[in-house]
Design a protein around this ligand. Sequence first.
Ligand SMILES: *Cc1c(COP(=O)(O)O)cnc(C)c1O
Length: 371
Amino acid sequence: MDQILVTRSSMPDIEEYTNEIKDLWDSHWITNMGVKHKQLQKELETRLNVEHVALYCNGHLALENILEALQLKKGGEIITSPFTFASTTHAIIRSGFEPVFCDIDPVTYTIDTDKIEALITDKTVAILPVHVYGNICNVEKIDEIAKKHNLKVIYDAAHAFAVSYKGTNVANFGDASMFSFHATKVFNTIEGGAVCYHEDSLEQRLKDLKNFGIHGPEEVAYVGGNAKMNEFCAAMGICNLRHLDEEINKRSKVVARYRELLSGTDGLKLCPVQENVTTNYAYFPVVFDKAVFGADRDEVFQKLEENGICARKYFYPITNAFDCYKGRFDPNDTPVALDISLRVLTLPLYADLALEDVDRICEIILSLAKK
Ligand SMILES: *Cc1c(COP(=O)(O)O)cnc(C)c1O
């Protein structure tokens, strides 16, 4: 039997892609903000209905760049979630800030907004929440707290491309949002990312920062790095964007099947459908309660693996428990995040996952339930 991986990249037909990149052989302009880059940027600004989009070679460097571009006080504290991919916490630390970990909400797994204010000190400069699994943070409450304490808000929206809340695309919340267009995400440019933001003055700074700080032919204004999106990646994005709605629609069918087969099972916790949210069906996390269900997360993971099905312990470990941060943070400070990380499994999910495969995956999981 073929292996089922946790995800599979969306790709256009090869003819569509080769057609899209043909111009590049005429111009020989294959990076440095060429026509494909400009076109994708425009299309995303329209699609996400946001003032500014800056494109990047990946989401991680997009996050590091916006943290730098906001010119926050170095060494300042940034309140964030440990229930995320390594990138979020690493970006904070690599950019010279101190992460302060806030626990998560036990239902949506996003930052627990009732616990943010107690963590604010005179060193706090920003809040960096994560729309984890595409679940939208309590953006209203975060906005209120940020205004009251004069803090910047940068969302890690890597999971939330094309998600909207009350009719507003998530790219519009906070001071800025980072998206990842990595191969494993709902929308990909092979590797890639973006920052969406409102403030006009950030445009030039972001442009300079991703290109060695070069401001003009004879002026280097910042100690920048290199984080530009090349033309081949932008062309992939242009193609994939054409099929995004269709891909999301296919994902919705996979998720509906999972929900149909798994919801109501004692000891399995699924994320509830969020009110007023148009989702992208990015992930399907399940949290296991061994005492009630009959098997724990690791047993389910193992059993799926034996059957050639690759689920993912996402997110385990949480970032404040990473080896590289040993002794620096205590994961027990965020007990909900720690508990969920030990019990969560994200199941295979991609547009072309066959519903029969979903049936088989669920059958294997349910075979472990208490009789
Ligand atoms: C994928 C991801 C990133 C990093 O994005 P890259 O494009 O891979 O650099 C950051 N945060 C989260 C939550 C992610 O899932």
